[in-house]
Design a protein around this ligand. Sequence first.
Ligand code: PEP
Ligand code: MG
Length: 325
Amino acid sequence: YQALITRYCHLPAETIDGYQIRVFANIELFEEVTSVIDNGGEGIGLYRTEYSFLNRTDLPDEDELFEEYRDLASIMYPKPVIIRTLDIGADKVDNLFGQMEEANPALGLRGIRFCQKYKNIFRTQLRAILRAGVVGNLSIMFPMISGLHELQEVKKFYRQIQDELAKEGLDFNPDIPLGIMIELPAAVLIADLLAREVDFFSIGTNDLIQYALGIDRTNKHVSYLYQPLHPAVIRSIKHVVDAGHKAGIEVSLCGEVASDPFCVPILMGMEVDSISLTPRSIPGIKRIIRQASMEECKELLNKVLNSHDVFESNKIVRDMIFSRF
Ligand code: PEP
Ligand code: MG
């Protein structure tokens, strides 16, 4: 493993026929920034900010969050850092607000819905991000967006926060790129409409698979049905990449699929602009990319798009990967 890191971590993720993709890292804790750098992450594609709110008895205040985001941005500068706003709820349980009584937490008050309800918490976080944005390399991304009106409301609130900061004479960056996670089938289907409102998409396959296939991502009894290569999942991802590109915005993918050697060549074939994954998986995925050609990735994608079920897709992908790598 050490040899793999040393050999591949700082090389670009470029295919043998010269196609480059950016490889970013997903982190949950500030301290993980060292492993991003050690493993050759070209930026942070997903900072899961909820972990700074969990396992404590009080809420972090604005200055504490500001310092956290500013320090992260400064350490990574000029490499990009995408901060995802709070995604509390469902699998990211929260003891700060007591156990929320919900029969179906994954379909409940989570992600952007939680922030829409607890506006003061959202305000504090947005103020901290906007202020830290002066470092110059931060982007913001909203999780669990399900519709156009919801997104417009969030953007309206975000602009109000900017006005507040301006009135108070505080220094902030008014031009931080704004993106959304595409992780609900509804968002996939209206990707063309959502794309007009944002600067980038990031596809969250952990949740997209859960919601597209109706498989609770935390339920062991149905985990055998949690299949990234299900044609409905592959077609959904392709639809989002195409809709994003048609609207001229970048499309990233930050679910676990991005660290799956059987899936990455398919994502390459779709020409996704970047992937974001667990830091320790970066060198191995760069190695897969550097040994592949865009031509064969496209061929693989075509075969998988034409396959009828997940068994056929799995066979196509495994045959290709084992014959090639
Ligand atoms: C996802 O849903 O794919 C994702 C990256 O977000 P999380 O795993 O934090 O829900
Ligand atoms: Mg998610």
